[in-house]
Design a binder for this molecule. Structure first.
Ligand code: FES
Length: 73
């Protein structure tokens, strides 16, 4: 599911960002540009981030998509 339509960011991208160290919305903004444009995705992105951080499967989804690379800060 797309979380940020403006930047084509999905739940899987967020899971991968968490795998690589993202812990706050500002980390997602820096890595994926989530909420950096219209900002309508901020709440959903935050919820997705929290769900991923508390998931016992943390990183499993991201590991399935190793070709996705985060943008450099
Ligand atoms: S939907 Fe994420 S910045 Fe617009």
């Amino acid at each position: 599911m797309y979380v940020c339509v403006c930047n084509a960011v999905t739940e899987r991208h967020i899971a991968q960002a968490v795998q690589q160290g993202a812990r706050q919305l500002k980390d997602l903004r820096r890595a994926l540009r989530v909420s950096a444009d219209c900002g309508r995705c901020a709440r959903c992105a935050h919820q997705c981030l929290q769900a991923t951080l508390t998931s016992p499967d943390l990183g499993r989804a991201a590991a399935r998509f190793p070709s996705l690379m985060l943008a450099e800060a």
